[in-house]
Write a protein that binds this ligand. Structure first.
Ligand code: GAL
Length: 688
């Protein structure tokens, strides 16, 4: 059962750093927060040296006063544990706690996240500060929950200190039991890599051509994830012991960390930090302006797969920038509000703006909060006020409702991590996921992201009519069987090129591709080619379509052989030496269908497949919408709330097809409705 935040009403708050401001300002800050309907603050996550100015000397006066005052003003508090920024006295006295690059460069004091998870000393001192904080604030009337550390694995997600090498060795001993088993799993027979003593075993180190053993590289990422989780668990266990009535969460989803496993192991629910402008200022290649910050919705869908209702611990509320630059434009009037509703549509029930006031010192003097340095009323404060008013009025209806989707894009950690070193299957997956996501977005077909895990059951998959699993290079027989059962009972699954050629160690399987999916799909791959260099993507001819082929099969081509009479060929390659061979097939199995596409999914290919699969948009029952509007539904079971989010700078007209309540403005709407620039509409309808 996925773990969600459980609230009766939507909650709004803000990240606050009492240690950054003169104490005389706190009262005014807290009063204004309450006037703006902000009711939660997060504090403390970078304040270790305030709590413990020298080793073993603790002082809590500043936060005692801040929390008492917050309580007086009716604010609730999320306490951050301060382990993302070890104090200077700590890293100076215990340099073994620092993180080290693969090349051996030690990361020094000055930024953040410069520690490693393995150092026994760092664990000891982290446990002690967390214990002291939990003893102090575990029963404070203002505190409601805890955020562990800050953004585990953000900024850096690899660790090569001596302590990490040693911890990796212990992890491998527990996993494999013997050096023989390790040698087999890592295929060390190749290039004479066989280990004869455990001391010879390391995390990957610099290698000629930057080409480490691929099986070792995959285990390294699994280890980093387990190690981060055990570091977080150390803290969570202490908090649960001393603050049994509080919830425990952490913020952000980053590399080399199985956030699903972490949530299962130690959190009450996942939290996320939502900065949608990262999507628009660093667009993926070829992204047209239409997607804009809406590309961020894919990330939010990933968070929802961990916790269907989650907290946004940091919601972007100003232009962003670091150290020496502003790198994001100011949110235009309305955009802060739009992005807040984007988070809410995708499942957020509690949101805190980052941050109350822009810092006047440090690395983030250009990362803007709601209030500017001058601390006088400004446009962003007014927009936050409006959001506060609106959530106070609609928060009871929306809290706890769930995003509704019948289509899901499948992911799994092994393929994500293996696809980093495996430089072509990673990018292939990114391209395909992107194409599907965009086409589904533009056609107003809500989609979830589902992570396949060892614990995933048929019940988890059954709610979806269609699953898209673009390029699972690693596919175990067990997962193959689960997906076959999904299809048998009526589901439809779509695979792309290079499915199923590796086992869980990343070894290539000695059997025809697509390995564990071959029987389900009723095809095998008789030949294949990368599409690159002098090889041009071949044309595709769609079965039953008379038109001249113009679409191409991009990225990679699996040339398919049909092995089962239940297989129908949906498209053929129409050029190159394999012209006339099947490129896309569908096999009916039980009540469902298994689709295999021999290439990567371009947007055009995904679009055509949406037609051929007959996937229908639920928006058809609500409104005629332009592609630039994101559509999604949060449903309570008896009432549906359809969100219309306009990411564009121009107002758009939509045509509401059946009478619906206008949740934000009141009354009911039908027919033409104007969604202003960066505007939001929420239509409400009881289910029939
Ligand atoms: C987040 C982080 C915050 C702040 C913010 C803006 O990643 O958790 O502490 O740094 O970004 O840069």
């Amino acid at each position: 059962m996925a773990k969600s935040i459980r609230l009766e009403r939507l909650r709004l708050g803000v990240c606050y750093y009492p240690e950054h401001w003169p104490e005389r300002m706190w009262e005014d800050d807290f009063r204004r927060m309450r006037e703006m309907n902000l009711s939660v603050i997060r504090v403390g996550e970078f304040a270790w040296s305030i709590f413990e100015p020298e080793e073993g000397r603790f002082q809590f006066g500043l936060f005692d006063r801040a929390l008492d005052l917050a309580y007086k003003h009716g604010l609730q508090v999320i306490m951050g544990t301060p382990t993302a920024t070890p104090p200077a006295w700590l890293t100076h006295r215990y340099p073994e706690t620092l993180n080290v690059s693969q090349q051996g460069v030690v990361y020094r004091h000055g930024a953040r996240r410069h520690y490693n998870y393995s150092s026994p000393k760092y664990r000891e001192l982290s446990a002690r500060i967390v214990r002291r904080l939990a003893e102090r604030y575990g029963r404070h009337p203002a505190v409601i929950g805890w955020q562990i550390d800050n953004e585990l694995n953000c900024e850096i997600d690899v660790f090569y200190s001596e302590a990490d090498h040693a911890a990796f060795r212990s992890w491998l001993k527990a996993k494999y039991g013997s050096l023989e088993a390790l040698n087999r799993a890592w295929g060390t027979v190749f290039w004479n890599q066989t280990y004869t003593e455990w001391e010879q075993v390391h995390l990957t180190r610099p290698t000629v051509s930057d080409s480490p053993n691929p099986h070792q590289a995959l285990d390294e990422k699994r280890f980093i994830s387990d190690n981060a989780i055990s570091f977080a668990k150390l803290q969570a266990d202490i908090i649960r012991e001393l603050a049994p009535d509080h919830w425990v969460t952490t913020n952000g989803v980053f590399g080399h960390l199985d956030s699903h496993a972490m949530t299962d192991a130690l959190l009450d629910f996942m939290s996320y930090d939502s900065y949608p402008q990262f999507a628009s200022i660093f667009p993926d290649d070829g992204d047209e302006p239409l997607l804009l910050e809406r590309a961020w919705s894919l990330n939010l869908a990933g968070v929802r797969s961990i916790s269907p209702n989650f907290c946004v611990m940091e919601q972007q509320s100003g232009p962003g920038g670091w150290v020496n630059r502003i790198e994001m434009p100011a949110p235009r009037p309305g955009q802060m509000r739009l992005w807040t509703y984007q988070s809410i549509l995708h499942g957020a029930d509690m949101l805190l703006f980052f941050r109350w006031r822009t810092a006047t010192v440090g690395t983030e003097i250009y990362w803007h909060g709601i209030n500017d340095w001058h601390n006088r009323p400004n446009r962003r404060v007014r927009e936050a006020e409006q959001i506060g008013r609106e959530l106070a009025s609609i928060g009871g209806a929306i809290a706890g409702t769930k995003y509704a989707a019948e289509v899901a894009i499948i992911r799994d950690y092994d393929n994500l991590w293996d696809g980093e070193l495996d430089r072509w299957h990673g990018p292939l997956s990114r391209m395909s996921v992107r194409s599907w996501f965009k086409r589904l977005q533009y056609r107003h077909i809500p989609a979830d992201v589902v992570y396949l895990r060892k614990s995933t059951t048929l019940e988890d998959l059954k709610p979806y009519k269609v699953l898209i699993y673009p390029h699972p290079a690693i596919l175990t027989d067990e997962t193959g069987r689960l997906l076959a059962r999904y299809v048998e009972q009526g589901g439809r699954i779509v695979f792309g090129a290079r499915t199923g050629y590796k086992n869980e160690h990343g070894h290539c399987a000695m059997r025809p591709l697509p390995g564990p999916a071959a029987e389900l799909c009723g095809v095998t791959v008789e030949d294949f080619t990368l599409v690159a260099g002098t090889v041009q993507a071949p044309l595709l001819r769609w079965n039953g379509e008379a038109e001249q082929p113009s679409m191409r099969a991009e990225g990679f081509n699996d040339i398919l052989q049909v092995n089962d009479p239940a297989v129908k060929v949906e498209a053929y390659y129409a050029s190159d030496y394999y012209a006339g061979k099947p490129a896309l097939t569908v096999r009916k199995a039980g009540k469902g269908e298994a689709w295999y596409f021999g290439a990567a999914f371009s947007e055009q290919a995904a679009d055509r497949m949406i037609d051929r699969l007959g996937i229908r948009s639920p928006a058809a029952d609500w409104a005629e919408l332009p592609a630039g509007v994101e559509f999604g539904i949060r449903s309570s079971g008896d009432t549906d709330y359809a969100f219309l989010l306009n990411y564009g700078a121009e107002a758009v007209k939509v045509n509401v097809l059946r009478p619906a309540g206008d949740l934000l403005e009141g009354g009911s709407v039908q027919g033409e409705l104007l969604v202003p620039p960066y505007g939001v509409k929420i239509l409400a309808r009881r289910k029939i």
